[in-house]
Design a protein. Sequence first.
Lengths: 824, 96
Amino acid sequence: MNPEQAPPPVNGNEQIAALIATLHETEQRLEELTGGEVDTVADRDGRAFLLWHAQEHLRHSEAVKQVAILNALPAHIALLNTQGLIISVNESWRRFGCANVSQRPGYEIGLNYLEICDSARGDGASEAHQVAEGIRSVLNGEAKRFSIEYPCHGLGDQRWFLFTVTPLPDDHPMGAIVMNLDVTAERQAEERLRASESRFRQMADNIQDVFFLQNLDSSQMYYVSPSYEQIWGRTCESLYANSASWAESIHPDDLNDAVTKCEAGRNTGFDYQCRILRPNREIRWIHVRGFPILDDAGNPYRTAGVASDITQSKQVLDELHESERRFRATFEQVAAGMGHTTLEGRWVRVNQRLCEIVGYTREELLARTFQDITHPDDLDLDLVAMRQLLANEIHTLAREKRYLRKDGAVVWVDLTVSTMRAPSGEPEYFIAVVQDITGRKELEQELLHAQRMEGVGQLAGGIAHDFNNLLTVIGGRGHLALAKLGPDDPLRRDLDLIQKTVDRAAALTRQLLAFSRKQILQPRVIDPNDLVRNLTDLLERVIGEDIELVFQPAADLGRVRVDPGQLEQVIVNLAVNARDAMADGGRLTIETSNVALDAGYIGRDVGMTPGPHVMLAVSDNGVGMDAATRARIFEPFFTTKGLGKGTGLGLSTVHGIVNQSGGHIQVHSEPGVGTVFKIFFPRTDAAPEAEPPRDTTLPRGTETILLVEDEAEVRRLAREVLERLGYTLLEAKTATDAVLIAGRHVGLIDLLLTDVVMPRMGGGALAEAVTAARPETKILFMSGYTDDAIVRHGVLEAGVQLLEKPFTPEALSLKVRTVLDRKR
Amino acid sequence: MSRRVIFKFRLYVAGAAHNSAQAAANLTALCRAHLPGRHEIEIVDVFREPKRALADGILMTPTLVKLAPSPGRRIVGTLSQTRPVLQALGLDTLPA
């Protein structure tokens, strides 16, 4: 209304009504003319006049839309006037019924919101006061906007609200719009995110391993945890800036493997170990595991990984490996056999040496128990010891025992067994250390044999001494008696028989002395081929007609220095044994050859020296011997022949002679195939020596002989024989007497004929004493066996003359004459 | 008639009034269908620029003024009836 116009008159109402009617008519007419398609019409000044239906449409649609929008908002919105009165609220405000300090139920239009906030008490009062302050500052125009977020303790749950105050959009504030928005979900999401982030940080920052995320397409490192800096000695930033520095840090020798595994595990994950080089050149071992992260389509686009520093455990592992390797090497390379068995005895770990000792392969041995390979005679002791070990009654078992090799041979071992126990004390397995002592056992056997031989030899020697004296007397007297008898005397036959028996007894005594190596050898250089040839007739008689004798002499055979009589004895003894082994006939082969024995061939054999040798082999194709028999054949009195058929001295004599002659004997035999004895003597280059000539008539003499013999009968026999042949005899019963006699006697003493073994003073010492005073006196010893006084190692020393007991008058006279005739 | 002739229109409207909004929507649709790429539309709100309406002698909104090509035309209304509008604008002979 124009204020300058005068108020309308009383009847103005009618005029106004008329104008309005005109206005309506005009509008209606315009609508009709424009078909309702026009919004405005303009007056003469160009002022647009919005037609009524357009105004109505606009008004209607705006209001509906604004109300709908306001009511659809989740925020609780209220309009306050400048005094703080609630003028209008939206649907959310109306509905909200939370026990809220700033908006309690019933805060409806017409109430003063400022007063409500000011009067708030208790929980949330301080926020309510802040809200009131904020509203005032906006209403005053001091602030364009105020907002605050505050918690609201609802029933059973905690909610968060964002409270915002904005002024009504006018130059002068006409009021304010307050809005409460429930931001609980956002706050909770934030909280969850913060908690999740915190959990992740706590893990990533505190776990010593490195976590990482890497994009597959660009290889860009997406995330790496701070432990990277500790392990790699590089900053995380440097890795983000240059993802390739990961690969660059890997030791060149390990890079290929790492890259290959990474590529291969792109879709499935990977696992590799590598060394990394820290900037300070220090090397660390890293174990990296990666896992693919898949997108919604199931394609990997990123890798999640963990990298651990395993340097220490790797070192421990390496040390363990090294220790294991050392142990294994020790186990395998130790000279002794070593093995572990279960508590039942099954081999579970064995070294190569053990396999060699028992002759099984590793596989064969692992399929067996120690019981399987133990000699039956040794098993009981083993089982007892096993129980004691398990019961902890003994800690270690150490014994000698026998295993049976796969080939059936017996092997002697020195066995040490202990129990491996768990920390709890429970026995777990047995540890066996096995030393092959077969060689030592053989040496022991040999030594035992030698000792036995020595013992028998002592005995035999002692007996032989006395026995030879007796035989000398019996034989000598027999000779003398025979000389007194006429050719047809009936006693002659008896005396002949006595004589033959004495010869056999003397031969037996010699054999006893031979195997005991106590006999006196008179070696000379001979050609063994000649010796065998000369022996052929005798051998053929010995072996009989059913056995063929084959002699295969080597050409250019070397010579040896032996006692030819003794060697003949050896060959005859071997031939006799061969004959007995070929009861149904066969072939006896004697073969000679030159051989060079080296140290390796000689091996453990005692008393042999390497060098050129002459071998004499006596072989038969008879029944042969088993190993047990073979082991005992040289033992005295061991015989396989029937009672009364063999003395058990044949081969022991052979053994004794050969050994005493500096030779060596070997035997090879197989049941059903035959036996061969090989005899080795050191070869000599000296020329053969001729046999001393023999004279059949008893030589006579007139020289003076000092006879010393403690055995009266032998002394008398010798005196009678020598006196008859013209010699002058001085006689002494002991060496002491002899020294006295030699001192008293005026004139020459041409020969000292003395026994060797006598009480108090022996023949050797006596000879020295006599020759000291009478250097011209020659010496002839008599002995049944020898001692070191006149012989060394059973071999007569050069220049020393010896008459073997028992002796015949013939032997005595020949020997005495020979010695007297020697030039000094 | 060359296809490159640009049709220039000026539409007078009354703010967001219903018929004006209809006319603007119909004009835009018509130009897209029949004059793609060769039309220019200027919309003038008579409440904001009453002087231009006065200068153009616009008595009512919505009013469409065809400025080019000649002959010029004025069409009042919502432009809802497409065929008479096309005829008035000389577009009924254009190839489809």
